[in-house]
Write a protein that binds this ligand. Structure first.
Ligand code: SF4
Length: 286
């Protein structure tokens, strides 16, 4: 079991931090002139003296009942923080429908995720140190309940955390840590044994890109998700039942769009899904 001898530095790939920071920038002059005076404590420590949480557990009953916990990090999405861009591969459609702007998370984006994003950019090593210490503490606590832990660092971002965190070593050293997983719109699959990527279909996608991934997620209207699940249960997984994509049984995952009817091409219709996957030639179960 992990112990208080846990050394987060062992898992941080410090030589890649400048490259990671550069990846986060959309305009380094703006980013540095706006934020360089801010200390880690300015950004991450609350008036009460408590540090902001970096990762948290979304309440997914199905996963928890099955002994699995997913720890998720949320940042301020896309170019919400001036000078930075944490979703380099975002499409116009996904930015419009992003959960960071549409649901309850919008408030958190303003209140806390902005500060976390700037802290990750300016004080990357310190931030990652706290993140890994928190992961170790959570894994230790969940081990006592016989639960296994996954880490999803891009809850509202699409950053190359593999550059700066050694997921393989973490997997080796923490007995109940099962690895990382994320959604990505990057057209290249950087998946490793201990960090899984699900491709997030968007209006710029092609089947050729999607075929590089063993999981593809589509955002669909709720009513279309219900219809596709009932007609093609062997083709699709309902992405709401579990949060943990590497455990899915089918390759295609449906995520419900939480907003109202949209003309946004990022949100797929029933007809678009059937056409894209050639399902009109397959017999549906109804
Ligand atoms: S890539 Fe994901 S997190 Fe980023 S803007 Fe698009 S939907 Fe939001």
């Amino acid at each position: 079991m992990t112990t208080n001898k846990f050394n987060p530095q062992k898992y941080i790939i410090t030589e890649n931090i400048p490259q990671f920071q550069k990846f986060m920038q959309s305009d380094n002059v703006t980013a540095l002139s706006l934020y360089s005076h801010l200390t880690y404590n300015d950004l991450m420590v609350l008036k009460s003296g408590r540090r902001r949480d970096i990762i948290r557990v979304p309440s997914n009953k199905f996963d928890i009942e099955n002994g699995l916990v997913s720890m998720v990090q949320y940042l301020a999405p896309a170019q919400h923080v001036s000078g930075l861009n944490v979703c380099r591969f975002a499409s116009e459609g996904c930015k419009k429908s992003c959960l960071g702007y549409t649901g309850r998370m919008a408030l958190n984006v303003e209140r806390t995720y902005v500060q976390k994003t700037i802290a990750l950019y300016l004080h990357t090593e310190k931030y990652l140190t706290d993140l890994l210490n928190d992961l170790d503490t959570e894994c230790y606590a969940y081990a006592k309940e016989d639960k296994f832990v996954y880490l999803r660092l891009n809850g509202l971002s699409d950053l190359p955390f593999d550059l700066v965190i050694d997921f393989d070593l973490l997997f080796e050293d923490i007995p109940n840590f099962l690895g990382g997983y994320d959604y990505t719109k990057k057209p290249v699959n950087d998946q490793t044994i201990n960090h899984h990527y699900t491709y997030s279909w968007n209006e710029r996608s092609t089947l050729q890109i999607a075929n590089r991934f063993d999981r593809v997620a589509y955002v669909v209207l709720k009513k279309d998700k219900v219809r596709l699940m009932s007609e093609y249960p062997d083709i699709f997984t309902d992405g709401n039942i579990s949060d943990i994509r590497p455990k899915d049984i089918t390759r295609h995952v449906l995520l419900p769009f939480k907003g109202k009817v949209t003309d946004n091409d990022f949100v797929m219709s029933y007809d678009a899904m059937v056409g894209l996957l050639g399902l009109d030639n397959k017999e549906c179960v109804k």
